[in-house]
Design a protein around this ligand. Structure first.
Ligand code: FRU
Length: 910
């Protein structure tokens, strides 16, 4: 609003400046000149212009009628029409112009009549000389200058104008009363040719004076007389008395005219009267100008007078031009000043506006700052509330996630115990087995729900990372297919698996796709009535880079309008009356999409889910591909309710305390789990246990053949314990299985970093744990076999040893070789040198090579002896001492025991 006003003001200021530039409107004065040819008229016009130039506020326009009365009328009409402020008229004749002059006068336009009068009194003012007086002056001049009789030739003016009449009457008024003055000839100028005839008869009728009504006529008459050589006999008298070349005054000076009667034009007077009228001053109606006789006595003075007037006139004009210039300069400067003043005002206004704006802005700024502060305070409050909410949410979620994890161990125990109960004959053959099956199946279901909940959390937190490995899709499917076969048989469901390419291998995360299979098949079995059909059809389209797996059932189907919703979390189908968590299909779709694949559903005569997966591995990131799928085995327990738990081989046996059995150290703080595992494993293994607080001590004390270690332990984490043991020469060789409820990528990596040999996530199947223990021990056994048979290359067997073992063997070998001929070099000495106890050395060596350390030393001595026997000529005794045997006989006995030949026989057989 204010901005608008300021702009308006600036525009107005600029308008004001441009308007004040020329705010004086000129008065329009028009002059209608009847005749324009002769000098008299020119003098009249000139006088008017000079006078008008003294009044800048007056604008004079002269209209020349050139003697045309109609033209003069139309000029007057034009001035009336164009609102002239004053009209000046020098009428050609007195009557024809009366009407138009009266019209103008009646309209209120001031009318000034110059020189010649008209036949009306409807004018504002008249200015001109008295023609009667002119005539009288001429008469007096003749009367005063003639002594004798005098004859006068009177040549009158033309037309009907008042001057002609006045000059004639005035003249006769004088001469008619003078008895010696006669006027034998009097005629109008139109009869000028009579002058010549009259002069021709001058001898008969002498002519002493010629009285002409203006100087021009008088001069013309003189010329005629001169032609006739009589000019000196006549006195010529004219009227007007103008200055300038061949005008009256000069003609008098030259002696051509005897006199001229001054007849002022009244031009300057007319303008003066006009100015008075315009300035609302009163003017006289009749303004009569003086007239006088100019003869040889005053002609010169008059001429001088006129010259001076003309000179003054020129000076005036010069001054006027200077004034005009000054006025222009003044006007320019005044305009500049006005502009500057205007600009100053604008600047002041703008400055004021800018100060005002600044003030407003500051005010607004302060308000905004205040608001900003308020918002910041509110934002911080919201932030802290959000933080608290997040914290509390996280705490809640962590609590539930932790709780879910915690559920896993007891459920594992329940499941394992129930598995054992199946094996118990006292239960197997009784009705209790149904109850046990019920407990088993519901425990499984509970576990499945917990796993689904944990998966849901992981999906929500985007914590899933694919661990895809290459698998044969048909075999993978068949494996799961078999899990459901029993259920199908029981319910007489036609359950089939078909693949058009049984060799097709694709990359998939076994655990996740296993869950997808289980989910889709569980759903199919849930909604398919007995005697129905369920099929898995793997369709490999060789032209496409995808494979489709169709899971089709003949169940109740899904209403079309619900098809889009079935994959939403916690969605319950309208025709699904069976209990369901509502996240199975949601998770399945997420899992398939993690593979960049798709899960779609159709429903027509049953339901069909189609899993689309990519072939090859281009769609996967390198970190999503794993090459050691056995390292992580999450799929040990599937969500199935229907696994064949009867296949387990669990028998209760007493704890063995026998040196021949492998020893196991179980590091676990859950007493139930320890008791359970101990009970199961004691049948075949020598079991040591630790709750985690003394794990390292126990491991060092017993140097077990294998360690099973939990992760969440009271003092040190399982990873730390594993790391310590793997970095200790005395225990570094012991295979270690890490048990944990965490199956995240991070814990998997932590497991690898700690040096664990196997990583099992809880809940684990006892069967799998047992098999894992067996596999690890078997592998260790294979290594031992290799060591025994390659005793010399122990220190070169880089492929089979860890860095600790390699170093250990190298050190032992070096020490033995350095003391080869020293029969006193003992196991104690060797242990001392290695900085470990004798028993630890014994166990370490036994563990990695399968033989005792003393046998190991002796084997090296004997192998060296073999070399010496082969390659040197040393005697048997010398060889015995060189290889550190205390006596040749002991050497021979030992050699024979090992190689079934005496050293002597060996050398001779060579
Ligand atoms: C010129 C003139 C003058 C004379 C006047 C009378 O036109 O004839 O010589 O004095 O007009 O109106």
């Amino acid at each position: 609003m204010i901005k608008k006003n300021v702009l308006l003001f600036i525009v107005l200021a600029l308008c004001f400046l441009s308007c004040t530039k020329q705010n004086t409107e000129k008065h329009k004065v028009g002059f209608s000149q009847c005749i324009s040819k002769d000098d008299y008229r020119k003098a009249m016009d000139y006088e008017m212009m000079v006078e008008a130039s003294l009044h800048p506020e007056l604008e004079l326009t002269i209209f020349q009628a050139n003697g045309d009365i109609e033209a003069q009328k139309s000029h007057i009409q034009f001035m009336i029409n164009n609102d002239f402020d004053v009209i000046i008229i020098s009428p050609a004749q007195s009557d024809p112009l009366v009407e138009i002059i009266e019209t103008a006068f009646n309209k209120g336009i001031p009318i000034i009549i110059v020189d010649r009068k008209i036949n009306t009194d409807k004018y504002t003012a008249f200015v001109g000389a008295d023609n009667m007086e002119v005539g009288r002056n001429a008469g007096y001049f003749i009367a005063s200058s003639s002594i004798n009789n005098a004859n006068v030739l009177e040549i009158r003016g033309s037309g009907n104008a008042f001057p002609k009449m006045g000059r004639h009457l005035g003249f006769h008024e004088v001469v008619d009363n003078e008895p010696n003055i006669k006027v034998p000839y009097s005629f109008d100028v139109e009869d000028f040719e009579r002058v010549s005839q009259i002069l021709d008869s001058i001898h008969k009728t002498p002519i002493d004076y010629v009285y002409a009504f203006n100087d021009n006529i008088a001069y013309d008459a003189w010329k005629v007389a001169k032609e006739k050589g009589v000019e000196k006999r006549i006195n010529f008298i004219g009227v007007d008395g103008l200055s300038g070349l061949d005008n009256g005054i000069q003609l008098v000076q030259k002696g051509i005219l005897a006199a001229t009667i001054l007849y002022p034009t009244g031009g300057d007077e007319a303008i003066k009267i006009a100015m008075k009228i315009l300035q609302d001053e009163t003017v006289l109606k009749e303004n009569i100008l003086n007239t006088t006789v100019i003869d040889y006595r005053n002609a010169k003075i008059m001429e001088k007078q006129y010259e001076r007037i003309n000179k003054h006139q020129i000076d005036i004009e010069k001054q006027q031009s200077v004034i005009r210039e000054l006025e222009n300069t003044y006007s320019t400067q005044s305009n500049i000043l006005k502009w500057l003043a205007g600009l100053l005002i604008i600047s002041i206004l703008l400055a004021a506006y800018s100060i005002f704006s600044q003030y407003k802005l500051n005010k607004k700024k302060r308000t905004l700052e205040l608001q900003n502060k308020k918002i910041t305070v509110q934002r911080n409050q919201i932030k802290s509330i959000a933080k608290e909410v997040k914290k509390s949410n996280e705490a809640k979620t962590n609590f539930f996630t932790g709780l879910s994890h915690e559920f896993k161990t007891p459920i594992t125990l329940i499941l394992s115990s129930v598995e054992s109960m199946f094996e118990n004959k006292a239960i197997k053959e009784t009705k209790l087995s149904r109850d046990v099956a019920l407990i088993y199946n519901n425990s499984k279901r509970l576990l499945r729900l917990i796993n689904q909940l944990l998966d849901f959390r992981k999906i929500e937190d985007r914590k899933f990372t694919l661990k895809a490995s290459e698998v044969n899709l048909y075999e993978f499917s068949n494996h799961i297919f078999k899990d459901f076969e029993r259920e199908a048989e029981k319910r007489n469901i036609n359950f089939s698996l078909h693949a058009n390419n049984k060799d097709l291998k694709i990359y998939l995360d076994r655990d996740l796709i296993d869950k997808v299979y289980f989910n889709l098949l569980s759903n199919a079995f849930k909604f398919t009535p007995n005697n129905g059909t369920i099929s898995i059809n793997i369709v490999d389209n060789p032209e496409k880079d995808t494979v489709n797996i169709h899971f089709k059932d003949s169940g109740i189907g899904i209403p079309n309008k619900e098809l889009n919703s079935v994959f939403k979390a916690f969605y319950q189908g309208s025709n699904n009356n069976q209990s369901s968590s509502g996240i199975g299909l949601f998770l399945s779709k997420e899992f398939v999409e993690l593979h960049k694949g798709a899960l779609n559903v159709h429903s027509k005569h049953g339901t069909e889910f189609i899993v689309t997966l990519h072939k090859g591995s281009d769609h996967l990131k390198s970190e999503e591909i794993i090459y050691e799928p056995d390292m992580v085995d999450d799929s040990l327990i599937r969500y199935t309710d229907d696994v064949d738990y009867h296949e387990g081989n669990f028998t209760e046996t007493e704890t063995k305390d026998n040196e021949e059995h492998y020893s196991i150290l179980i590091i676990e703080d859950n007493l139930d789990l320890v008791t359970y595992l101990k009970g199961k494993l004691a049948a075949d293994y020598l079991v040591y246990t630790s709750d985690g607080t003394d794990a390292i001590d126990k491991a060092l004390e017993h140097i077990p053949d294998i360690i099973v270690c939990d992760v969440n332990l009271p003092e040190k984490s399982g990873f730390d314990i594993c790391k310590t043991l793997k970095n200790d020469l005395r225990t570094s060789h012991i295979p270690t299985i890490i048990l944990t409820a965490q199956s995240s990528k991070e814990s998997y990596i932590q497991g690898l970093q700690s040096g664990a040999d196997l990583y099992l996530t809880k809940p684990f199947s006892y069967a799998i744990l047992l098999q894992s223990i067996k596999s690890l021990l078997y592998n260790r056994e294979k290594l031992r076999y290799y060591y025994i048979n390659n005793i010399y290359r122990l220190d070169n067997s880089e492929d089979n040893f860890g860095p600790f073992e390699q170093n250990f063997i190298s050190n032992i070998n070096e020490l033995i070789h350095n003391n080869l001929d020293n029969s006193n070099f003992s196991v104690e000495q060797l242990a001392d040198e290695l900085n470990i106890s004798r028993i630890q050395l014994y166990r370490k060596m036994k563990a990695i090579s399968g033989i005792s350390i003393s046998d190991y030393i002796q084997n090296i001595r004997l192998e060296k002896a073999k070399v010496l026997l082969n390659e040197t000529t040393l005697t048997i005794s010398e060889v015995a001492y060189a290889t550190g045997f205390s006596s040749p006989s002991y050497f021979s006995t030992s050699f024979k025991n090992k190689y079934s030949k005496t050293p002597k026989a060996y050398r001779s057989n060579k």
